[in-house]
Design a protein around this ligand. Structure first.
Ligand SMILES: [Fe+2]
Ligand SMILES: [Fe+2]
Length: 285
């Protein structure tokens, strides 16, 4: 697929800050770090397990996708791509440290193996599909990021360093949520293909996050406890839970003409960045 000449122009050169977060994960953290609750802890653990391999895929997809654009557009994208890659690379680095601690605690990351096999199978697909998959996942992460920043109860009881890690990741996912989406459009990707990939990614995400969370709970000896499932019901389906915060914004992606900027959380992001000024330094951007 070649980018037609009448495509939307490249985004105005946008600098995404790359931050160094002042957290130290080397000293480890408690097995039930998320407020002492097994379900919230192992759900977030499962998500973290998917990040390093997923974020490497997003980086590769965006870098490759840009090379498919006409040369004069590639230069205009360089700044934005550099920020996107820098942010995702930093997330990978810190979540790999987080995951190493999970391994020390006896958990096993199956999700990365499932993802690795899928990435291998899709290697020969046209890069526009990789960018579509990336844009779909980035919508998931941006919606969950908004949930995390607007619902303090999601991280309630977490050690300050870990709450910081998850909220910083949420802010940066919100900052760069349009990169893969706009690149997909710039590559000439159709609305139909974008929406179909989102449906595929949604099913895959639901199945794999459920399986990895269940495996984590099993290995931690928490699966059989009724309390775990009461926590799950409240966290997933309660009035301040994941479903209530995410379901409608996730479905928005199915609407032809949707753009991630139509969903916003600028106030929460600005507030977090303001109140956490001492927790990070900007190393580029
Ligand atoms: Fe990320
Ligand atoms: Fe991202």
């Amino acid at each position: 697929m070649n980018a037609p000449a009448d495509l939307p122009p490249a985004p105005e050169s946008r600098r995404l800050p790359i931050r160094r977060l002042r957290v130290d994960l080397s000293k480890g953290f408690p097995a039930l770090w998320c407020g002492g609750e097994a379900f919230r802890t192992h759900y977030h653990n499962a998500l973290s397990m998917s990040f390093p391999i997923g974020e490497q895929f997003f980086i590769d997809a965006v870098k490759k996708g840009v090379t498919m654009l006409p040369l004069e557009q590639q230069a205009a994208w360089a700044e934005e791509v550099r920020g996107f890659v820098g942010q995702e690379a930093t997330h990978r680095f810190l979540h790999a440290q987080f995951n190493a601690e999970l391994e020390r605690q006896g958990l096993k990351n199956y999700w990365q193996g499932w993802a690795a096999r899928r990435i291998k199978r899709g290697e020969q697909m046209h890069p526009v599909n990789h960018v579509a998959v990336t844009a779909a996942y980035e919508h998931f992460t941006a919606v969950m990021a908004t949930g995390l920043l607007t619902h303090p109860n999601w991280m309630e009881g977490a050690p300050p360093d870990l709450a910081l890690l998850w909220r910083w990741h949420a802010v940066e996912e919100s900052e760069h949520k349009t990169v893969a989406f706009d690149l997909y459009r710039a590559m000439g990707g159709s609305e139909r293909r974008r929406i179909l990939w989102f449906v595929y990614v949604s099913v895959q995400f639901l199945v794999e996050s459920t399986l990895q969370t269940s495996i984590n709970l099993w290995r931690a000896g928490q699966w059989w406890k009724p309390r775990t499932w009461w926590q799950a019901a409240r966290y997933l389906f309660g009035p301040r839970g994941v479903w209530a915060a995410s379901f409608v914004p996730l479905l928005e992606y199915l609407r032809p003409g949707f753009h991630p900027n139509q969903l916003g959380n600028a106030d929460e992001m600005a507030q977090w960045l303001q109140t956490q000024r001492d927790a990070y330094s900007i190393v580029a951007g």
